[in-house]
Ligand binder design. Structure first.
Ligand code: AMP
Length: 432
């Protein structure tokens, strides 16, 4: 059998790859407008970085790609980036508040399905060093501004608070007691989840589990006054910015380190099982768990692949234009095409050409397929006369002057003339 990309991974070719890059660029712009600076961190870490932050989490206990390197170091491909950034924070101790954004692939050994891969891309941001509810609002506003800026209209922001560490522990105990009394009514998988982490039962989608969870205790009854006050301030901050949200006391998120604020962005344009485009929350205590000072933090990650699926479903954020603007057809051997293409490319014009000394007809066909607006033709006559022929391609003719389909221009004036024509075309295009 021929070699294939590993299960759960895929190659992303143009034009989709250009769209992915444009999305990351848009995120970079949004994050940097908010004062977040980019961090590049390694794709693999000492395994303890992830183990210390969430042994009860599936992502860490079951889904991590781990290996020993030839130096016998136990390493893991990163399943997420918050832990890596907390590790980087402890290592470098940047000035506070530290506002960082990132992008790149994550690795999880999950069951592949639509919108769920074993290698997938995320963009995200973290704000370390503030427990002000306005910091929560700052990161949520970034996620919201970026997603709506992509043209997504069917987004829902769902928010909850998981209380402080002690609140969460008291709630967890109450939840475990409640579920254990009703273990017989849970699904077999639900019972297994209960033994590992009762919180995760709350987002079980299995009907038997849902029937039981509907009567489960509410986290709100376990909030400390400080946690309740923090959450109220976050909600007031979102309201002040006109960011719509829904409250859901059952929202717990998959990672164990969240304290107080937790949120998720879901798209109604996506299939229900895989409708989360991202999420995040506050993780006070995480930095200390990694051996650093007790510095609070709040952040989020968005799934790039899911965001693009949501954009597809809403018909927004198309691939940026990648088509050539000019195609050089050279039937004198190819040297002229080489010279002209390079000259035009140095001037910032997107140029294609053919190789292998193909016939005029074959080259014109390639020019047609390329989507170029203009073809430059070099034949023996043109070469001898120091000119090139310029032809408007089919579909790009000027309605008012169809006779001007082909003209000749001096070889020395090609760059200037094409720059002028392309600028004119762009102005016409934007005016229509
Ligand atoms: P998490 O890091 O689990 O909070 O996930 C944040 C976002 O990353 C999710 O809402 C998804 O959009 C995306 N994501 C998580 N896991 C996967 C996966 N296996 N494949 C594709 N996207 C994913």
């Amino acid at each position: 059998m021929s070699l294939q990309a590993p299960r759960g991974t895929r190659d992303i070719l143009a034009p989709e790859s250009a769209r992915l890059r444009a999305l990351v660029d848009a995120f970079a712009t949004a994050a940097e407008l908010g004062g977040y600076g980019q961090v590049h961190s390694p794709m693999f870490e000492q395994i303890e970085v992830f183990q210390r932050v969430g042994e009860a989490t599936d992502i860490v206990s079951k889904e991590m790609y781990q290996f020993r390197d030839p130096g016998d170091r136990h390493l893991a491909l990163r399943p997420e980036l918050t832990a890596s950034l907390a590790r980087a924070f402890v290592q470098h101790r940047p000035a506070l508040p530290w506002k960082a954004w990132y992008e790149g692939p994550q690795f999880r050994y999950e069951k592949p399905q639509a919108g769920r891969f074993r290698q997938f891309n995320q963009v995200g941001a973290e704000l370390f060093g503030s427990d002000d509810p306005q910091a929560d609002v700052d990161v949520i506003a970034l996620a919201w501004r970026f997603c709506t800026g992509l043209g997504l209209g069917q987004l829902r922001l769902v928010v909850n608070s998981l209380g402080d560490r002690a609140d969460r522990e008291a709630y967890l105990a109450a939840l475990a007691a409640y579920f254990e009394e009703r273990a017989g009514e849970l699904s077999a998988q639900g019972r297994e989840t209960l033994s590992r982490n009762p919180l995760r039962l709350l987002d079980s989608k299995r009907p038997a589990d849902r029937a039981v969870t509907s009567g489960a205790p509410d986290i709100e009854d376990y909030w400390s006054p400080a946690a309740a006050e923090h959450f109220a301030a976050v909600l007031a901050g979102l309201e002040a910015l006109g960011i719509p949200f829904e409250r859901n006391p059952r929202l717990v998120r998959g990672l164990d380190y969240y304290r107080r604020t937790a949120f998720e962005l879901a798209s109604d344009a996506l299939d229900g099982a895989q409708d989360a485009v991202g999420g995040g929350g506050r993780y006070d205590g995480l930095v200390a768990d990694l051996g650093g000072p007790d510095v609070p933090g709040v952040g989020f990650a968005l799934g790039v692949d899911r965001l693009l699926l949501a954009c597809d479903a809403e018909g927004t954020f198309p691939a940026p234009p990648g088509a050539a603007e000019v195609f050089v057809v050279d039937v004198t051997g190819g040297r002229q095409a080489s010279l002209l293409a390079e000259e035009l490319r140095r001037a910032g014009i997107r140029v294609e050409r053919a190789f292998d000394g193909r016939s005029m007809k074959a080259q014109m066909k390639a020019a047609d397929r390329s989507g170029a607006r203009w073809a430059l033709l070099v034949g023996a006559d043109e070469l001898a006369g120091g000119v090139v022929s310029l032809r408007r391609m089919r579909g790009h003719e000027a309605a008012e002057a169809p006779e001007s389909v082909q003209s000749r221009i001096p070889r020395g004036g090609v760059v200037e003339e094409l720059a002028r024509l392309l600028a004119e075309g762009a102005a016409e295009g934007s005016g229509s």
